[in-house]
Design a protein around this ligand. Structure first.
Ligand code: BES
Ligand code: ZN
Ligand code: ZN
Length: 473
């Protein structure tokens, strides 16, 4: 556990050292300059001076990435040294990124490690390490702690295996959280198959057909007294994606417990914003089901009728997320929002296009997309736009229905998935909608940036930051 404060100057001092500091013999190094020179200290290295109780961390520059790396390296060394409290005195502009790195970088998912295998790690990881960031305001630290808690909540939920986190589990996590003490102005409605049928959500229901569990549309509402805007978040909550009858090959099926990341992220962001008490009417809509095989499974060649009334020819049952989202986006548009943002681990093609670490941002409104990307980059979460075009849209034509659920070409799959969703966006909402494909960064099986192997909770910080800017206007 790491705890952040801004009061104490206790314990080990952390000093970030650039090559220039070393060459010029900067004042911050004066206590140990000779030792550091003798040690032949380099950027990225670390050196602990016993005599001055100072931990020097080499840093290439003060870019967000370098600051994150430095924070992670500091925590590792402090843990190795068995240090319980430390402090760092840096320019206030660096406080936020460091604070996030300290809190998010020390996450572990060990719920399923039995006691014996845990005890080895325990000595290092479980004791509280208190770090004080000298110039950081208490309100910044409170906010970073609150948001980081939600990111770790999302990571836990996404990492939870599918034999536990079935659709009912995920839906009731949403409900339970809405009843938590300290959560104000929040309601949660859980709707299952009967409701979806009454709303003609034939696309969403088809995906659920072979499941042993109900489909749920969870609708959470946060209504403060004087909201400045109305924002709707929609998330893909596939608690497991086998691919359905268009079954995934074994190697591609593992990690598909993470196909619920969109819904989990939207849930975490919802509670972050509600707890921060931002002046926004916020709705979170989670489309929850698994994509199973079985005698009742929906088939390639089926034709579905969506809530919008558009018919869909199913050509591949593994393109299921877009079916769930089509009906959820339709539901979202009935809420008369100022803006609708959806988050989904939608396509492997997005990972091919942008790499594992970057989310793909799509939609018709250039300004809205740009503000989402900006809000992401400010949090050092990578995001980039992918452009729609009419040639790709044509590839979704079906001979017998209004639209096919997959493109007739194997190229541009992230964009054709986005364009499929756009078929269900009404004209008056075309400029109020952004689609974010988080298939890459939501779950990476190696440590990167401030994220451990597994679920990252990516996009949560971007959403909160976007909403903050958006309500300022
Ligand atoms: N959940 C997957 C997308 C995915 C792939 C997420 C890899 C995370 C990592 C989605 O439902 C899917 O299977 N998409 C297909 C679409 C195809 C059938 C057009 C894909 O990407 O292969
Ligand atoms: Zn799929
Ligand atoms: Zn999927």
């Amino acid at each position: 556990m790491i705890e952040l404060t801004n009061i104490k100057n206790e314990g080990v001092q952390i000093v970030l050292v650039t090559k220039a500091d070393l060459d010029s013999g900067a004042k911050s190094l004066s206590k140990d300059l000779e030792l550091l020179k003798e040690f032949n200290f380099k950027a990225k290295g670390s050196f602990f001076s016993q005599q001055s109780k100072t931990l020097y961390i080499g840093i290439k520059d003060f870019s967000p990435n370098s600051l994150e790396e430095a924070a992670l390296s500091a925590v590792n060394t402090l843990r190795e040294l068995g240090v319980k409290s430390a402090f760092i005195d840096v320019d206030d502009a660096y406080s936020q990124i460091l604070a996030y790195a300290f809190l998010l970088g020390s996450y572990k998912f060990d719920r399923f490690k039995s006691k014996d295998s845990k005890s080895k790690d325990k000595e290092e990881g479980d004791e509280t390490l208190s770090i004080s960031i000298k110039n950081a305001s208490p309100s910044l630290l409170d906010e970073v702690s609150l948001i980081s808690k939600e990111v770790c909540f999302v990571r836990d939920l996404v990492n939870t295996p599918p034999n536990i986190a079935n659709s009912t589990y995920l839906a009731y996590v949403a409900r339970d959280r809405s009843l938590e003490r300290g959560v104000k102005n929040v309601t949660c409605n859980l709707y299952d198959n009967d409701f979806l049928e009454s709303k003609n959500m034939g696309a969403f229901l088809a995906v659920n057909q072979a499941s042993n569990f109900p489909a749920y549309l969870a609708h959470l509402i946060y209504k403060p007294t004087r909201p400045k805007k109305k924002v709707v978040l929609v998330g893909k909550g596939l608690v497991y994606d086998t691919g359905g009858l268009s079954l995934k090959p074994a190697d591609y099926m593992t990690t598909m417990k993470a196909d619920k990341a969109g819904a989990c992220t939207v849930l975490g962001a919802f509670f972050a914003i509600a707890k921060l008490g931002l002046d926004v009417e916020l709705h979170a809509i989670m489309g929850i089901t698994d994509n199973a095989i079985g005698k009742n499974a929906y088939r390639p060649d089926d034709v579905l009728v969506s809530k919008e009334g558009k018919t869909i020819e199913v050509k591949n049952t593994d393109a299921e997320g877009r079916l769930v989202l089509a009906d959820c986006l339709s539901y979202a548009q009935d809420l008369e929002a100022d803006v609708i943002l959806d988050f989904a681990t939608l396509t492997g093609a997005c990972v091919v296009a942008l790499g594992e670490y970057t989310s793909g941002v799509m939609g018709f409104n250039e300004d809205l997309k740009a503000s989402f990307v900006k809000a992401s980059l400010e949090m050092n979460e990578l995001a980039h736009t992918l452009p729609f075009n009419p040639h790709l849209k044509k590839l979704l034509e079906s001979k017998i229905a209004d639209v096919s659920n997959i493109s007739s070409s194997r190229y541009g799959g992230a964009i054709t998935a986005g364009l499929f969703l756009s078929e269900f966006i009404r004209d008056e909402y075309k400029d109020k909608w952004v689609h974010v494909d988080i298939a890459g960064p939501a779950y990476v099986e190696k440590t990167w940036s401030v994220n451990p192997s597994g679920a990252s909770g990516t996009a949560l910080r971007s959403i909160v930051n976007f909403v903050k800017h958006y309500i300022k206007g």
